[in-house]
Structures are given as C-alpha cells and as structure tokens.
Ligand binder design. Structure first.
Ligand code: NDP
Length: 403
C-alpha cells in the first residue's frame, strides 16, 4: 500500500488533496503516515481520523493540548512545533504533498526528499527561495518533484517527453486577479476584501491577494525558471480571463501545446497523485460551446509591478529569490493588517532588495538550507522596517501613490 503524507493538510490545497485521497479509497487505498496543519486543529484531527494517519502535527505548540484532546481514543499520535514537522517528514513515505503556505514549507519538503519518493510540490516558495538546493537534494536521493501549481503542472504535461531545448517559450496564463478591471488610479485604495474576490479560482487568502497583485505570477515565473531551467527571456505572461488554459509551451517548430481544463486545483493535485497514470477526477468537464470564447492580453507592468521586479530577481539570482519571497510575505502581512496600501507592497519588496545588499551579496548563492533561512530571516527584518516606515511616514504616502 502506498505510504503518503500531507503537509498543510488543513489548507486549501491540503483539503483538496484529502478529498482526492478519500475518493480514491482513503485508508483502504493509502497508508497515511503524517498530516500537518497550523491553527486549525479541529480540522486536522478530523482529517487524521478520516485517513487513519499515524501522526498529526500542528505547527503551533500552544495548540498541542487541543489536538491531543481532539484525537483522544483514536490511537493517532499528536505532536507540535517546527521540529515535529521535520520529524514527521523523516517518517518514510512514497508520496508527500508539500502544501504548507510560505517559507515554513521549505524545510519539511526538503527533508521528505530523503526517502527518494515523490514530492508533490504546491509550496512554490520552496523553488523561489531554494530552487537549486531543492533540485540537487532531489537528485542526490533519486527523488522526483512533481509540480502542483496548476501552471507548472500544465507545463510539465505540455512538455511531455520533449526536451527543454526544443522549447521556444513558455506562456504562463494569469487571470489578472480580483482587481484586473479597476482603474489604475484607484488601485492604491483597494482593501483586503476587494483583493480577495478572485474571479475564477477558490484559494487560500494569501495566494488570492498575491493573484490580485500578480506577486503570485511573479513567483511562478521564477518557479518556471528554477524548475524547468527555462531562460527568463523565454517566459511570457499573458492575461487569460477565463482561466481554462492553464499554461502553454511553444516549441521551436511553431507548435503550441496548451493544457486546458476547468479552473479546479484537483486537476493538478490529482495528476500528481496518480502520476504516471491518469485516473478519473471529480472535475467539471470543459464545455467549450458554453465558454464561447477565450481572450488573451498582455499585462500592464504599471498595474502589476511584481512582473518587472521578478525579472530583476532572475537576473541577480543567488539569494535574490529568498529576499523577494520574504519581503513579499512581510508586505502582504502589512497589507492584510491594513497598515499599507495595495500598491505599496511592490515598493516594500523593491526597497528590501536594494537595502539588503548592504547586509550581504545578493548575487552569491546560499550554500545550504541554513543560509537560505538566515537570509530569509534578515530580509523579513529589513522588509518590516521598510513597511513600518511606509505605513507611518510621509515616505509611505508618496510610495503608495508611486506604487
Ligand atoms: P492555505 O493558507 O489555505 O493553507 C496553508 C496550510 O499551511 C494550512 O494547512 C495551514 O494550517 C498551514 N500553515 C500555515 N502556516 C504554517 C506554518 N507556519 N507552519 C506550518 N504550517 C502552516 O494555503 P493554500 O492551500 O492556498 O496554499 C498552500 C501552498 O500551495 C502555497 O505555497 C501556495 O502558494 C500554493 N498553491 C496554492 C494554490 C491554491 O489553489 N490554493 C494553487 C497553487 C499553489 P492552518 O490552516 O491549520 O493554520
């Protein structure tokens, strides 16, 4: 029986993974080793019971007693804290879903590669912050990383057996997010609720706001560069409002292979779960006549400065990805807390990238995961200082306007 673990099981990707595992037979078809969550221990306990997991881990030690109580009588171990997450990753599994949100997902996913199985990677931060190290670790242990981000799953499938050298360009599709039709001069005043109304996809709050700012797409451009080894100038972003083309690969002979389907993450999660086979999935069939038409537009970088910043990050490489991600997460925290405006987020990220070069050389690679985490921690401090200055001072107001 296949041994599986689900990191971030209580989240949007995690719960959809649990749903697919349950539909495929649950405990009768899979041995669930570990399931993990953060704040939501009631949900975590329910998932652990449904899948009859060996262990359930909450990232928050203050919630261990609640988790224990919720698992009472089940025989399932309850653990808590960052070390417990790593211990869970040390338990051998053939298939591991990495769906913790943010840089916190990096270390457990990295650790799980040691078993030489499959790492289904939804946590895009892992590739943006430590792509080279992650791929080297996978190669060292004979493990395989399967992309779960829908765009990268689409590219993976569209590539098929063709070598990356045959690729002319990769076209990443983007819905444009919740604010795509807002007038440019109103964007600075957009609030959290506005940025959370995604037109097509139902996702976690953080990634939904990142879609509106296209920081999510910027992360995916870097992810494409890191995972597939495609040169930055060959990666294009187009706005595709209908979200039925999940991404495309244009080959040197002029052929363009598009991956299409309804906007449902279970396409990509299910593909990674069943790979290399294809199984029936509970996703709505694509009804082309009902869809009627599809549209494609070039994105405006004045509206989405993140797309410009990610080009600079890929030019620098080294530790620029980890700084970019950390600064983006901190800027997002400040936006969600109502302390900075929507367009100020990109200013915080850009200024953190500039400021951090006085702490260390951005261009130099991090030699190991500890260095990545150290760069991440320092970038968060710098980004926080910058965001606080933006929220408090005159500089903040002008920065919000400049976006
Ligand atoms: P959610 O916010 O919905 O879920 C995140 C999961 O991580 C939850 O289980 C949460 O626990 C847990 N978690 C939060 N903070 C920590 C922490 N510090 N340590 C350990 N666990 C933590 O996120 P999504 O499911 O939307 O996204 C997960 C990842 O997948 C992200 O990297 C995202 O970019 C990527 N992704 C998501 C897509 C989507 O459709 N949602 C699409 C493509 C990629 P709890 O909720 O219990 O606090």
């Amino acid at each position: 029986m296949r041994r599986i673990s689900i990191f971030g099981a209580t989240g949007s990707v995690g719960e959809q993974t649990v749903d697919l595992v349950a539909r495929a037979g649950g405990p009768a078809a899979f041995h669930t080793v570990a399931v993990t969550g953060g704040q939501n221990v009631a949900r975590l306990a329910r998932i652990a019971r449904d899948l009859r997991a060996e262990v359930a881990v909450t990232a928050d030690p203050a919630r261990l007693a609640n988790l224990r109580a919720a698992l009472d009588g089940s025989g399932i171990e309850a653990q808590a804290g960052p070390q417990a997450l790593l211990d869970a990753a040390d338990r051998p599994a053939d298939w591991v879903m990495s769906a913790i949100v943010g840089a916190a997902g990096l270390a457990p996913g990295f650790r799980a590669l040691r078993h030489g199985g499959i790492l289904a990677l939804a946590n895009k931060e892992s590739l943006v912050t430590a792509g080279k190290l992650l791929l080297a670790e996978a190669a060292r242990h004979g493990a395989r990383i399967l992309p779960v981000d829908s765009e990268h799953s689409a590219i993976f499938q569209a590539l098929g057996r063709d070598p990356v050298e045959a690729v002319e360009r990769v076209i990443l599709t983007a819905s444009g997010g919740a604010l795509r039709d807002w007038p440019l001069d109103r964007l600075a005043g957009a609030g959290v609720a506005d940025a959370c109304r995604h037109p097509n996809w139902a996702m976690g709050q953080r990634i939904t706001v990142d879609s509106a700012s296209m920081f999510n797409k910027a992360m995916e451009v870097i992810e494409t560069r890191e995972f597939f080894g495609i040169a930055p100038e060959r990666i294009e972003v187009v706005i595709h409002r209908e979200s039925v083309v999940h991404s495309m690969v244009a080959f040197q002979d002029g052929a363009v292979m598009a991956h299409m389907g309804s906007p449902d993450m279970r396409h990509a999660i299910g593909y990674a779960l069943n790979w290399p086979r294809r199984e029936r999935l509970p996703v709505a069939p694509l009804d082309l006549p009902a869809l009627g038409r599809m549209s494609f537009e070039a994105p405006d970088e004045a509206r989405y400065p993140a797309l410009r910043i990610c080009r600079e990050v890929m030019r620098i490489r080294g530790r620029a990805g980890v700084v970019f991600n950390a600064a983006k997460e901190v800027a997002l925290d400040h936006f969600l807390a109502g302390r900075i405006g929507f367009m100020a987020m990109s200013g915080v990220v850009e200024r953190t990238l500039e400021r951090i070069s006085s702490d260390f050389r951005l261009e130099s690679d991090a030699p190991d995961l500890d260095e990545v985490l150290a760069a991440d921690a320092l970038a968060r401090i710098r980004a926080d200082e910058i965001a606080r200055a933006v929220s408090g001072g005159t500089a903040g107001r002008s920065e919000q306007k400049a976006g």
